[in-house]
Design a protein around this ligand. Structure first.
Ligand code: NAD
Length: 734
């Protein structure tokens, strides 16, 4: 080593086995940076040069091995490409980009072929580039504990493993399994990793380094399986009868799962397919070419920005009022032990907080607690919790109708009926039982927070905490700042939401807040298509092809059609007849009142839900459609645009109205809250990456054909003229 590494501790024991302990100063987690790559290469050089060193173990000095490459570094490479392209031309920029983006792959390959054995001793998380490092070692020992997980999750941020992952995994296991692992990006437990062939041994955490050293002492081979002459991949050759059983279906599965929206998934497929037909070094070069290409796609850039960078910033409190000291919520009151209340009680108790779960009588409160019992039992059945966890969780929940039990709560979340009068009564009564400092939150989905705050004596301590259903699954929570809501209430809500491991976005008061406004636009577009005569299956498929996880009719069934009708009527009552779409009112009334079809909850909605077997679209839909178009006459590309554009326009309106004030929140919120096509980076990034001018043109075309719901708001028109982007404001603020 030319210089002593600062990110690794390097020592050699009496037997000549070196140990490189990765322990980056000033960071809680190891990440792969330029300096780490340089030092790793230095370590390989030292091990090779020093005849007294037999081989080297790589371990971590932190509670995890490492989360992988520093994605901001990868983002930086993209920026450098743009700079070079402007100054030296595209070819020079691309050459530089390719060489820098394959640096990691070359360092790992150097380690693998250096002639001395390397072993990885892995505990805690070992993901992405870090697991690719482990894969390039000749031997892998994993800690046999609950926290250890390995995997290649790059696909989740629109990337794919560019440090040799696609080539090594495909040479370690059957091609079908390898593709599945790379496509899913799941975190794999130690024993499973061993069964899959990804690790050689699993040992108690305290012994992994010693076991890895022993493997080197005992003469472990410094030659990777694929560098042994006549190596055969587990699934044999690509061009073989066995290969033909794999590749055609793999292509079909890729299309079915991605609708060709994710270039990174396609690159995985191509990289494995081409790489398996080549020797390792060429295979790695093929992978590097795809990696350099993927890194520059707008999908990767958008997904990294939203799902990694913005999400990280939001979770670290980017939008938390800075003037409020960190708060600790120890005890939470949940009022209303129904569907939502029970879920809120469950996630709160699961995070270790005490919960007082209140309903109108003891039986109703107990029913809510029983729901928590059911939820945790499901976790036990899935192997994700133990019986002792259930006992502890239930012991933290006190179910009672007595508001006196709220006397020492720091926070109360009400989830009683969506009725302003009921809520007003509850707010006044509960507030009287609370300590002075307590924050009061409402989980209302439609009622303005500022209106509800009229029932409280402490409006500064009143805030909206809007959960999504099912509470235990959905990762997003909207925190609603009413006119009088103070910073301490917002900060406490955000701290609480973080404590229950969810992501909170802060929005200003408005009917439907942020997420439900966009979702409503999506559902309504599905209704309109149905009324226009588009075949129902085409509506659902077009939505999924556009990148939505669930079709609008299916989603509507989950939310319940009668709820939709109730909200529509409430809106009409408050804002007048013009505020609702008559076609939609007719459709929902027909479905709910004439046909008794409420959705999944009564097993009859836009779909039928047979006892045994999957749901199917209700054939009667054809009967109630006023018109029926022949499938071949429908412009599917337009349907896809309509779904995304109508939501993105609504998101843009929330920005214009000041409901959403930070584009990161709209983007993260749209993906976590309602699954807005993740490859776009979210509802505003969809516009930004397309360019406001192109988006406005598209919206105008749809407006001409389908009406004013596609009229672009003023902020977009200005952006289209000036070439502005939603994220410009963020850059200016930084
Ligand atoms: P629900 O009908 O399942 O539960 C409401 C519960 O409140 C019932 O158990 C009822 O007994 C109890 N309750 C009513 N009046 C009460 C009172 N005076 N004192 C104590 N308890 C009382 O309803 P839900 O679906 O859980 O919705 C509750 C709230 O959450 C509503 O404001 C709703 O808008 C909101 N919300 C619902 C969803 C959803 O998907 N269902 C999503 C987000 C927010």
């Amino acid at each position: 080593m030319t210089e002593a590494p600062t990110n690794f501790r390097f020592e050699t024991d009496a037997d000549g086995v070196a140990l490189a302990t990765w322990d980056m100063p000033g960071r809680s987690m190891n990440v792969i940076t330029m300096a780490v790559m340089d030092e790793l290469e230095g370590i390989v050089d030292t091990v090779v040069a020093d005849a007294s060193i037999k081989g080297c173990v790589i371990a971590s000095g932190k509670s995890n091995f490492s989360g992988g490459a520093d994605l901001t570094m990868l983002q930086g490479l993209g920026a450098e490409y743009e700079r070079l392209k402007a100054s030296e031309g595209e070819e020079a920029a691309m050459r530089h980009f390719f060489e820098s983006s394959r640096r990691l792959s070359l360092v790992f390959r150097k380690l693998e072929t250096c002639g001395k054995p390397f072993a990885a001793a892995v505990h805690g998380l070992c993901l992405g580039g870090a697991f690719e490092l482990a894969l390039s070692c000749h031997h892998r020992v994993l800690a046999d504990d609950d926290k250890t997980r390995v995997g290649l999750p790059e696909i989740k941020v629109g990337l794919f493993p560019g440090g040799g992952g696609t080539q090594r995994v495909a040479r370690l296991m059957q091609t079908g399994d390898a593709l599945q692992m790379l496509f899913k990006g799941e975190q794999i437990r130690p024993q499973m990793a061993r069964t899959m062939g990804l690790a050689h041994a699993v040992a108690p955490a305290a012994e992994i380094v010693e076991r890895a050293k022993a493997w080197i002492r005992d003469g472990g081979s410094a030659v990777a399986p694929w560098d042994v002459p006549k190596f055969k991949a587990p699934s044999g050759k690509v061009f073989s009868p066995a290969g033909m059983m794999i590749w055609p279906p793999a292509n079909a599965i890729y299309r079915r799962e991605t609708h060709d929206n994710y270039p990174a998934a396609k690159a995985i497929l191509a990289s494995v397919y081409e790489g398996l037909q080549l020797p390792m070094d060429l295979g790695l070069k093929v992978e590097s070419r795809y990696f350099a290409y993927i890194l520059r796609t707008k999908e990767a850039q958008a997904m990294i920005r939203t799902l990694f960078i913005s999400m990280g910033e939001i979770n670290k409190g980017a939008r938390r009022p800075k003037n409020v000291e960190p708060t600790t919520v120890r005890k939470v009151g949940v009022i209303g032990a129904g569907f939502m209340g029970a879920g809120i009680a469950y996630v709160t108790a699961q995070a270790g907080m005490e919960v007082v779960l209140i309903d109108r009588d003891q039986a109703a409160a107990d029913a809510g607690k029983a729901q928590c019992h059911t939820l945790i039992t499901g976790q036990i059945h899935r192997g994700k919790a133990k019986t002792a966890d259930r006992d502890a969780l239930l012991a933290r929940i006190t179910a009672t109708p007595d508001t006196a039990a709220l006397a020492d709560c720091d926070l109360v979340v009400e989830a009683v009926f969506e009725d302003p009068a009921v809520k007003a009564e509850v707010i006044a009564r509960v507030e009287a039982a609370l300590p002075e400092h307590a924050i009061f939150a409402s989980n209302t989905s439609t009622l303005p927070i500022s209106g509800l705050a009229r029932s409280t004596k402490r409006p500064a301590q009143f805030v909206g905490i809007h959960f999504f259903s099912p509470v235990e699954k959905m990762l997003l929570v909207e925190i609603i700042r009413g006119e009088a809501t103070g910073d301490r209430a917002v900060a406490t809500a955000l701290d609480y939401v973080r404590a229950i491991k969810k992501t909170g976005i802060v929005v200003n008061d408005s009917r439907g807040f942020f997420a439900n406004r966009c979702v409503t636009a999506y559902l309504q577009e599905g209704h309109r298509m149905l009324l226009e005569g588009v075949p129902p299956a085409l509506i659902e498929n077009a939505a999924r092809m556009a990148g939505m996880p669930v079709g609008p009719l299916s989603l509507n069934d989950e939310v319940a059609l009668d709820l939709g009708l109730r909200i529509l009527r409430a809106t009409e009552a408050q804002l007048g007849e013009g505020a609702v779409d008559p076609g939609q009112r007719w459709l929902l009334t027909e479905m709910v009142e004439t046909r008794g079809r409420l959705g999944r909850k009564n097993k009859r909605g836009f779909y039928d839900y047979p006892e045994n077997g999957p749901k199917t679209l209700w054939p009667g839909l054809a009967e109630i459609q006023p018109e029926r178009l022949a499938p071949d006459t429908v412009d599917v590309a337009e349907l896809k645009h309509r779904f995304l554009v109508v939501q993105a326009l609504e998101a843009a309106r929330t920005v214009q109205e000041g409901v959403v004030t930070d584009p990161r929140e709209a983007d993260v919120g749209s993906i976590l809250g309602f699954g807005f096509a993740p490859f776009t980076g979210g509802a505003l990034s969809y516009i930004d990456f397309m360019g406001a001018r192109t988006f406005v043109d598209l919206a105008r075309t749809l407006e001409a054909k389908h009406g004013p719901r596609f009229t672009p708001p003023d902020n977009l028109l200005t952006m289209a003229e000036t070439g502005g982007r939603f994220y410009d404001a963020l850059k200016r603020a930084a």
